[in-house]
Ligand binder design. Structure first.
Ligand SMILES: Nc1ncnc2c1ncn2[C@@H]1O[C@H](COP(=O)(O)OP(=O)(O)OP(=O)(O)O)[C@@H](O)[C@H]1O
Ligand SMILES: O=P(O)(O)OC[C@H]1O[C@H](OP(=O)(O)OP(=O)(O)O)[C@H](O)[C@@H]1O
Ligand SMILES: [Mg+2]
Length: 283
């Protein structure tokens, strides 16, 4: 049975469980605190673990696959491979200091840096050849400067709201550009069971990033109009009852769907319809 680690709480847990459910796997009942769940139909056992620990279990080979954040995986120092970007839990990991105080990475030497991700910070300091004191905190790191235990922090920035609320601003390069990822043990061969779960999740990720567009266009405009929607391989073109017209169907990136619809209409297409895709296999 394939064994898969899933975040049991925190910023990634809801999206991870929703994505697995959309991919056809069993879900824990609402409010359940169970740490394991067997999905007999798919021959998978899920383990609900702290997001920080997941890379450790997967890196040790105890569990074949895991869903975690790239930043957590990096900080764990576990030896894992990323098999798939899951498209949720986007964040950056940054240094931050009091707003307007002109912090730069040059000032990190000798500073007290509070963080929940000490290994990412130590690795960065080492790369820069800087010696500084890393203060490890479990969370709510943004308050640590105010409380006098640190001079600056290094933490996860999502919307940036938490930094702002605490009068802080980010400085220096991004230490880790993170999102939810599917991981396996480094160098581990991908078994058919692992490949199947990856393909199913990939199908959901893909479906979330694309939409299906259908439209009608005069046959003589087909080349110019369908160039706006080249699709993945090429658009599907179907005859209509009126031989002067064709119906076109093509996948387009969700982010661009509105501008593509504007372009199509301006180029002579009619009845442009966008629909969601629930899941797919790109083959
Ligand atoms: N506000 C956010 N926006 C986007 N991603 C986030 C945000 N906060 C955390 N993450 C991502 O979620 C993961 C960490 O999740 P979370 O902070 O919930 O776990 P945790 O800190 O270990 O748990 P807890 O906060 O309950 O102690 C990281 O990969 C991080 O990049
Ligand atoms: O940029 P924002 O969108 O405001 O999000 C960033 C905040 O979210 C996370 O905190 P979390 O809620 O996990 O609490 P924690 O600090 O106790 O881990 C992270 O550690 C930041 O504090
Ligand atoms: Mg947190």
């Amino acid at each position: 049975m394939l064994r898969v680690a899933v975040p049991n709480k925190g910023a990634l847990s809801e999206s991870a469980s929703e994505m697995l459910s959309e991919a056809g796997y069993r879900r824990r009942t609402e409010g359940s605190k169970d740490l394991t769940l067997i999905d007999r139909e798919n021959d998978v056992e899920f383990f609900f673990l702290r997001p920080k620990d997941i890379a450790v279990y997967v890196g040790s080979g105890r569990l074949e696959l895991g869903i975690t954040g790239r930043d957590l995986s990096m900080d764990s120092m576990a030896e894992v491979d990323e098999l798939l970007d899951l498209g949720f839990g986007h964040s950056t990991f940054r240094y931050a200091g009091p707003a307007g105080s002109g912090w730069t990475t040059d000032r990190l030497a000798g500073a007290r840096i509070a963080t929940s991700y000490p290994n990412i910070v130590r690795q960065d300091l080492e790369r820069r050849g800087i010696e500084a004191e890393v203060i490890r905190l479990d969370g709510a790191v943004e308050i640590s400067i105010q409380l006098g235990v640190a001079d600056c922090i290094a933490d996860v920035v999502g919307s940036g709201r938490t930094l702002k609320v605490h009068g802080l601003e980010a400085f220096g390069d991004i230490l880790c550009d993170s999102m939810g990822v599917l991981i396996s043990r480094a160098g581990e061969a991908i078994t058919p069971a692992m490949a199947q779960l990856r393909a199913r999740l990939q199908g959901v990720v893909f479906a979330q990033q694309y939409m299906m567009l259908d439209y009608d266009c005069p046959r003589e405009l087909l080349d110019s109009v369908s160039a706006i929607t080249p699709g993945i391989e090429s658009p599907t073109v179907s005859p209509m009852a009126d031989p002067a017209w064709v119906a076109v169907r093509s996948m387009v990136p969700r982010k661009k769907v509105n501008s593509i619809m504007d372009e199509l209409v301006a180029a002579g297409a009619k009845a442009v319809i966008a629909t969601d895709i629930r899941s797919c296999r790109m083959g």
